[in-house]
Design a binder for this molecule. Structure first.
Ligand code: ADP
Ligand code: MG
Length: 391
């Protein structure tokens, strides 16, 4: 076994951040980066972002297009210079606006996999993978050693027989495997991924995701992975950082983010939600459909959210903490679940029952039951995303 395959196996490490791990793999502190647009306006691409990433974690940066994911990743890589803040990689300050430290990308000890694969078209798969070894600073290896490591890297990503092919002779999924082999060949301890699966078709994406996780565990690298796809984030991440306009809205495990979203933005971005407007009342919030009971108090006016899979449908008024009346206006069988569209006045709710359910039909009068822990309330936002009446 060579260096490539002898890295310690780290296991899933879902709780890596709980252990008192020694040194964070990557530490981002109060990072800021503005871009100036052509019209002279400035965009805060990164706005005071701080993250502590432990060794062996699989971190996903999640958010819609334009929220700053790529800029943050490129800042860690050394391809973008932040305005202020600091970045430490495995104990080494690679950027610090305070001291002026700013290491070049090739001296940060990390690898990056791009959405576009970024393979050299005039080089074979094997030559592409060998490229970082040939251009390595410091101890350069002999040709035989390099070739051996290239062969092992290609083997590790499942394309051991395709080393002689040129990129245009490979499928998208195979090209991305070449890019991954190139990222692993250096034995980097931190690997950055910028939406690497978004250009391959759905089936290949599924299997690449699973293989990527297996490889991460086998090689033991720390992954910092950017995506706008919440399902992908849930599947891959030990922890997810949800970004909104350059700000980290929440940094937590997929479970935490799903069950206890810190903000309305996070609640709506992860999973599906039904929304009611509420006014503070005795025991909860009064909505157009009746009282929704909750011990939470977020102010006079609230947005009340609950997930389609957390409500129960019944014909009789349920015992549940809250009961909202409505009428079934559509029934959709989705394969894994049945979606009942329930309407009451202007309000429409989606309620999911697992599997195929024929318990209710279009036109039925029904009750929607909600348990207290499944109700999420947030201060009512105005159109600027600011809490109303806050200033
Ligand atoms: P994401 O990867 O989440 O889609 P980006 O990091 O690419 O977001 O962009 C964040 C914001 O910064 C966007 O508003 C984008 O338009 C802007 N931006 C990114 N790069 C530049 C640039 N080189 N010049 C001007 N604006 C930029
Ligand atoms: Mg991007």
């Amino acid at each position: 076994m060579t260096q490539l395959t002898s890295a310690p196996s780290r296991g899933a490490q879902r709780n890596a951040h709980d252990a008192d791990a020694a040194e964070p793999a990557v530490q981002i502190r109060q990072l800021n980066k503005h871009f100036r647009r052509r019209d002279g306006s400035t965009v805060p691409a990164i706005d005071g972002a701080s993250l502590d990433i432990q060794d062996g974690e699989f971190i996903v940066l999640l958010g819609p297009s334009g929220c700053g994911k790529t800029t943050l990743l490129r800042s860690v890589a050394g391809l973008e210079t932040p305005d202020s803040g600091s970045i430490t990689v495995r104990g080494k300050a690679v950027f610090d606006s305070g001291t002026g430290a700013n290491l070049g990308a090739d001296r940060r000890g990390l690898s990056m996999v791009f959405q576009s694969y970024a393979l050299w078209p005039h080089m074979t798969a094997a030559q592409n993978v060998r490229y970082p070894l040939e251009n390595q600073k410091g101890a350069r290896q002999g040709r035989a050693v390099m070739n051996q490591r290239v062969a092992e890297a290609l083997e590790a990503v499942g394309i051991g027989d395709l080393g002689g092919q040129y990129p245009n002779q490979l499928s998208g999924g195979q090209q991305q495997r070449v890019a991954l082999a190139r990222a692993l060949v250096n034995n980097s301890k931190v690997v950055l991924f910028d939406e690497p699966l978004s250009n391959v078709d759905a089936k290949v994406r599924e299997s690449l995701r699973i293989e990527l996780l297996a490889m991460q565990r086998r090689f033991g690298f720390t992954a910092l992975f950017v995506t706008h796809d919440q399902a992908e984030a849930m599947e891959l991440a030990t922890r997810i950082a949800v970004l909104d306009r350059g700000k980290v809205q929440q940094f937590g495990t997929p479970d935490e983010i799903y069950a206890r979203p810190a903000t309305e933005y996070v609640a709506k971005f992860i999973g599906n939600t039904n929304e009611l407007s509420g006014r503070r009342a005795d025991g909860g919030y009064e909505t157009p459909l009746g009282l929704v009971r909750t011990p939470q108090d977020v102010g006079e006016r609230a947005t009340v959210l609950f997930r389609p899979e957390h409500a129960q449908l019944s014909r009789e008024r349920p015992e549940a903490a809250s009961a909202l009346a409505g009428q079934v206006v559509a029934v959709l069988f989705m394969g894994t679940h049945t979606e009942f569209l329930v309407r009451s006045g202007e309000t429409r709710m989606r309620i999911w029952v697992s599997g195929r359910s024929t318990d209710f039909a279009e036109g039925d009068e029904v009750w929607v039951g909600l348990q207290e822990p499944d109700v999420m309330v947030f201060p009512r936002q105005d159109h600027d995303g600011q809490p109303e009446g806050d200033d």
